[in-house]
Write a protein that binds this ligand. Sequence first.
Ligand code: BES
Ligand code: MN
Ligand code: ZN
Length: 461
Amino acid sequence: MTVSLAPAGTQSVPIYVLGADEVALWAGQQSDRVRTWVDATAFKGGIGAVLMIPDEAGHPEKVLVGYGTPATRKRDRFALAAALPKLAPGTYHIECGIDDDQIEQETLGWLLASYSFGRYQSSTTEHPTLVAPAGTDAARITALAEAEFLTRDLINTPASDMGPEELESAARALADKHDARISVITGDALLTANFPMIHTVGRASDRSPRLIDMSWGNRGPKLTLVGKGVCFDTGGLNIKPGSSMGLMKKDMGGAANVLGLAHMIMAYGLDVRLRVLIPAVENAISGNSFRPQDILTSRKGLTVEINNTDAEGRLVLADALTLGSEDGPDLIVSMATLTGAARVAVGPDLAPYYTDDDVAATSLDLSARRMADPVWRMPFHDPYESMIEPGIADLDNAPKGGFAGSITAALFLRRFVNESDRYIHFDIYGWQPTAAPGRPKGGALQGARALFDALPVILDL
Ligand code: BES
Ligand code: MN
Ligand code: ZN
């Protein structure tokens, strides 16, 4: 699917964006013909309301789009995008009504609303096109939308067509597009290369586990992204009930998000040395599945007692994080659909993240608002460290009791980077459960756009 804004000057229909309190005033300033038309309709300027005004020959002359009130806008993102389903195909430009500090967001929202997952459908829908508004960076907004489309496509693709091998192919395609380097360690080679936990989690599937390692750029600070690539999570021998397993094709959402973020970074040409690590596995069940009470030795040498084979994400991420920290990166970021507890805490909309770095947290929070990509800081609460220490091994992958499940998972991951590393961990949901403007039901990018915007500040680029 291609994403694009029309260049300035393209023949297009003007859109007047009107807040609920602006409709009467605007209509009062129009010709009798236009005022009569507006008065005759139910157009009140609510979010998602659209009124086409025809010229004398019946062709579209202008379109009014409702912008609601500050209070109704606060309740969701992308107010302009709410109009898209009601606009006829064609090319439009924004004549007035959106403040400068909102125009990038609303333009992005328009593009995001034009997404559809067409892989398994024969019919395609035609979407209206927007002329790049004056003063916006069309290349940047387009890169942001392309990234999100990539992330959504990867998550939406069912596990039957998105196993470890296909996830590798997707990473290779992205690397090709941006002239990045990529190498992959697959199957038993994971053992000789010392990634024991990635191998252990993935060995029961007949689709081989692997570690994808992509890098790009040769100047600037080193940024390493690690994404959970569990292509399907049955839970393993601690099998999930059907209701919990239903959505588990999305358990590679962290990988899909770091690939989306990598696309933004490479397309926009940020001055970083980027590395992307994705442990890609299927948590399947067979005679050689790993078991409860097995004790694994990680790449770092720390031993891990398995108390739940469904806490597999932290195991594969641990080995990848260890590798990531070995070459002294300036920042490590992990993204993962890691715990159900994160959902209980903040729901599907907010991307909870952990960091000990207050500078990073402050800029992330600001960027999240600017980029319409809400995040929420959670604590690496040191007093809970004892919860992940079982006694017989160094670490427990699934502490009993279930208190603070997202925090203990984050603390577990932190054990595998160096203490001096700057580290941010996102425990995302990666899924939009009900459609909202610009956000169709299905795979979702979360936190990646806020991060992209914050990186220049965090890394002092
Ligand atoms: N992939 C799941 C977490 C998940 C579940 C994310 C639902 C989003 C929605 C993860 O592998 C998992 O199963 N975690 C367990 C950990 C527990 C066994 C300690 C969980 O959260 O229940
Ligand atoms: Mn699991
Ligand atoms: Zn999982």
